[in-house]
Design a protein around this ligand. Sequence first.
Ligand SMILES: [Zn+2]
Length: 325
Amino acid sequence: MENLPKIELHVHLDCCLSYDFVAKRRKISHEDFIKNFVAGDSCSSLTDHLSFVRNELELLQTEVDLRDAIIDLFNQFKSDNVIYAEIRFCPLLHSEKGLTPEEVVKILNDAIIECQELYNIEANLILATLREYSPEQSQLIYDLAKKNKHKKVVAIDLASDEIKYGIGNHIGIYKLAMLDNVNRIAHAGEVKGPESVWETIENLNPSRIGHGVKSIEDSKLIDYLIEKKIHLEVCPSSNLKSKIYPNLKEHPINELYKRGVSVGINTDGRTMTYTTLNNEYQNLINVFGWEKADFLKCNINSISASFLDNDKKERYIKQLINSYR
Ligand SMILES: [Zn+2]
């Protein structure tokens, strides 16, 4: 699987710093890196899991660090043979040392353009607002997404803890996004049940759902996702780390896939979950006996649900088919 091309749509920049990146900035042993940056087995919930982001964010507050984090992530894409990725981040979380959110977007935008050339891997950016943010904070992020729509920014996302916070503060920007033709995705159905996915679909009208795995508990919702071609960005190991499912065997990815939902395979937070895309694929082979054809289907699902234009999608689909056959 390692040499086969892959698409990744759900990956957070601030959850993916490698040990090398961290060790260049802090005197830290590999053991301490695991302790402080990787969510351990004692992590008991999504809230607990999310608390590990803090250490990574501290290292993402300057132009050089942000640029290097993109290079770091492209190196990880290279080892996984990712050919196209959509990288998400929240522009308001990188201003502790004086960068403005606008500068943050520009730095990441330029770093991606530079890395695309160097690595021959294509990527775009998704701007995420957080559930705990006010309507004004969300508006700021939305304005940046709209302003950078013709650069590398392809969509808005709603992230963070769905147990603790609702979606009410963000309905306004999603309505604007619909009017302005800005692409929309949102995290939902990760911890809370199908009602959270329904609420998100009805109010935010996203074309993709981050996680959405709890949809499996409602067959009407499954039918709806299939009918409306709403894609689920599934991140199996991430859900295990945050104790949503006890093991992969009990994770619904296989059932969602078999029932015909458009699912893709993603890492979410490569550092926090301590995983790679190759690792995710290997786990699916080991536990569900997935074969090349299954991975091809999931990658075609992902590229079809990406925010690339149709010509590019077709080109990638051809490349995937040629490589997997
Ligand atoms: Zn996520």
